[in-house]
Design a protein around this ligand. Structure first.
Ligand SMILES: [Zn+2]
Length: 250
């Protein structure tokens, strides 16, 4: 079922400036954390008590007084678009704090075991990798409390990459794509152990993302957010210019 306008916070976290999205149903307070990859203290302080520096962007209340007039936020699930370390390295902090299940596509389970080693290449230290509690499976809609997210399997950046669609009543839908699609670009396909492949990535985007409404807001894993319609018209790798240029994947 579609919901009303969602409350979404963006936290741009860690040395790779990865976007963690915190999604709340303002009617119930039910909250899902998507890609809680780093700076978990900042995320937790804001969700729990509106303390600390807060998000980099929000569609929700900006101070405690406004939030106090709404249902209290309750984290009901942790969900990941994929298992690169900048997206999943600090999930253990969030699991420890909230005690809820963490969802990941099974094709990224192996990749998840490598996050410490991958981070070390950047000189970064991570806790022992989290193990997914639940398989995030495609072509079904998950009910996380009152938040319904439809899951698409969109491999090509990693084998288990998924995109999560939130349908909104009387407003633009939102899709959380991780590193599949960026504003004016696409995810890398050359990251070790990830199973990256450009043709697969292009097919994922054409099959699952382009059919969405043009107005759908695309919450990317890095860089600016964008919309499906804008990327379809202008994206040089997978959009109209690439089709005209005869690029592979079409
Ligand atoms: Zn990635």
């Amino acid at each position: 079922m579609a919901m009303g306008e969602p409350w979404i916070d963006h936290f741009v976290v860690g040395p790779l400036q990865m976007r963690c999205s915190v999604l709340t149903d303002p009617a119930t307070g039910d909250t899902v954390i998507i890609d809680g990859g780093d700076e978990t203290g900042r995320i937790i302080d804001w969700i729990d008590g509106f303390e600390g520096p807060g998000p980099d962007w929000t569609s929700g209340p900006k101070n405690k007084a406004t939030a106090d007039s709404m249902p209290k936020r309750k984290v009901v699930a942790l969900v990941n678009t994929h298992a690169h370390f900048d997206h999943s390295g600090f999930i253990p902090d969030l699991k420890a704090r909230y005690g809820v299940d963490w969802y990941l596509h099974p094709d990224d389970f192996y990749l998840q075991t490598l996050v410490q080693a991958s981070a070390r290449k950047y000189g970064l230290r991570l806790p022992e990798p989290a193990v997914a509690d639940q398989e995030l499976l495609p072509d079904r809609t998950y009910e996380f409390g009152s938040i319904n997210l439809e899951v698409f399997h969109t491999p090509g950046h990693s084998l288990g990459s998924c995109s999560l669609l939130l349908r909104v009543e009387n407003g633009a839908d939102h899709v959380f794509v991780g590193d599949v699609l960026f504003a004016g670009s696409v995810g890398r396909t050359d990251i070790p152990n990830s199973g990256g492949d450009f043709e697969m990535l292009a097919r994922s985007i054409h099959t699952h993302l382009w059919p969405l409404e043009d107005s759908t807001v695309v919450h990317t894993g890095h860089g600016p957010i964008t919309t499906i319609g804008y990327e379809k018209r202008t994206n040089p790798f997978v959009g109209e210019p690439a089709r005209r240029g005869g690029m592979v994947g079409f």
